[in-house]
Design a protein around this ligand. Structure first.
Ligand SMILES: NC(=O)c1ccc[n+]([C@@H]2O[C@H](COP(=O)([O-])OP(=O)(O)OC[C@H]3O[C@@H](n4cnc5c(N)ncnc54)[C@H](O)[C@@H]3O)[C@@H](O)[C@H]2O)c1
Length: 379
């Protein structure tokens, strides 16, 4: 009788929905508002994972915050190094949380730092007890306009970038632009690389704002003050979200935000001590633009205009590895596997517009490398 019932039941279909809802908010001088920070936790304990450098720079403020608080602070300092972005670092964080028996829902982990800390911490939060809440507080420009915006977490596997990771929405993201005041110029420029990317592929208006910014403000002036700087940061986050929100789990692997991430991932980690993420992304954007030029999607004037903007933002415009065909092919193979067998290469079809390319001949790669080698001489 029982076996008959089992035979009739051919399959179970599970349908369930988990709605994603979190806010990205601007705050001001967060470290001087200790009530605000301590109230992020519902219990009398606060768990902070802090970028080592941020701890050093803001030590006095953190100490004042802790000393004036009635809550108990548990702090772990994390090394902000791409080489430290490993499963081991996430496990170390998990041990720290577990030793203190972190409550599963009411004691969110608060991660403060650049993209590396946010990625390691959110990966740890996503796998510890199958997920504990995390609040992200980005402190440099790249983390503000990019690393804190979506739901991706990740750590590296050797020189394979973000090869291990999860999709895990944070409970909240708090952006305090005043952190940018202490951010070294190279890391401001690094963040400008991601803004340059989204402008070039998605918004001629943001591209023009960046041009105006380099003409009027100059790159020495850090991107934390002034109306134009604020508008650039806001627009950049909005444009990013416009792409991420409808495709949070990356069901669709044709993503224009992958612009700048097709040729660079392998080259970036190969040159780990030389290239920052936003710099590698910029180099990839420029190489992809040379490709667009050779495929007749954009003309020479626009190609030069794009190069001039990258140059005046202080971004690198040339790296020898992008002239090495073997490395380009290696990157493309990795990219293809990552995009499930398709290249899905986003390239500009104009400033602020894009198309996807799925096939590249040997000849077009050679021509693109030649163009990439020579174009910088014409600026
Ligand atoms: N999850 C995502 O969606 C996503 C998106 C983009 C990038 N990322 C990841 O982000 C990482 C790169 O991030 P990054 O460039 O921020 O690297 P990072 O975290 O190493 O930070 C770079 C440097 O900036 C310093 N810093 C940060 N804020 C500062 C401040 N206010 N004052 C002084 N110094 C400050 C850090 O201490 C560090 O030395 C990469 O691993 C990349 O994969 C993730």
């Amino acid at each position: 009788m029982n076996s008959l019932i089992v035979q009739k039941q051919k399959y179970w279909e599970i349908n369930s929905e988990d709605k994603v809802n979190f806010q990205i908010l601007f705050t001001h001088s967060i470290l001087s508002q200790f009530k605000f920070v301590e109230n992020l936790s519902e219990t009398n304990r606060v768990f902070l994972l802090i970028d080592e450098n941020i701890w050093k720079i803001y030590k006095n403020q953190f100490e004042t915050l802790i000393n004036n608080s009635i809550k108990e602070f548990h702090i772990k300092k994390v090394k902000p190094d791409e080489e430290n972005k490993t499963v081991d670092s996430s496990i170390e964080i998990i041990r720290f949380l577990d030793d203190k028996s972190l409550r599963r829902k009411s004691e969110p982990v608060i991660a403060i730092g650049g993209g590396v800390i946010l990625d390691i911490a959110s990966f740890a939060a996503s796998i510890y007890r199958r997920g504990v809440p995390i609040i992200k507080i980005p402190t440099n420009l790249l983390a503000i306009v990019d690393a804190c915006v979506g739901v991706k977490t990740g750590v590296n596997l050797g020189i394979k970038r973000n090869r291990i990771g999860t999709y895990y929405p944070p409970q909240k993201v708090l952006i305090d632009k005043s952190f940018l005041k202490t951010c070294p110029q190279r890391h401001i420029t690094n963040g400008l690389g991601e803004i340059f990317k989204i402008a070039l592929i998605k918004s001629s208006s943001l591209f023009k704002q960046l041009e105006a910014y380099t003409e009027t403000v100059g790159i020495e002036e850090k991107l934390c003050i002034g109306a134009l700087a604020s508008k650039i940061i806001n627009d950049s986050i909005s444009l990013m979200l416009e792409e991420l929100e409808p495709n949070l789990w990356e069901k669709n692997l044709q993503r224009c935000v992958d612009f700048g991430h097709s040729f660079s991932p392998y080259i970036e980690l190969k040159n780990i001590n030389e290239l920052l993420h936003g710099e590698a992304v910029t180099l990839d954007c420029l190489f992809s633009t040379c490709l667009a030029f050779n495929l007749n999607f954009i003309n020479k004037n626009k190609l030069l205009r794009i190069y001039r903007l990258a140059n005046s933002l202080g971004l690198p415009i040339f790296h020898r590895d992008f002239t090495n065909k073997k490395l380009i092919e290696k990157s493309l193979n990795e990219t293809k596997a990552h995009r499930n067998g398709n290249l899905n290469l986003p390239i500009p079809s104009d400033i602020g517009e894009y198309i996807f390319v799925n096939q590249l001949s040997d000849e077009i790669i050679d021509k693109t490398i030649d163009c990439y080698k020579l174009i910088k001489e014409e600026l």
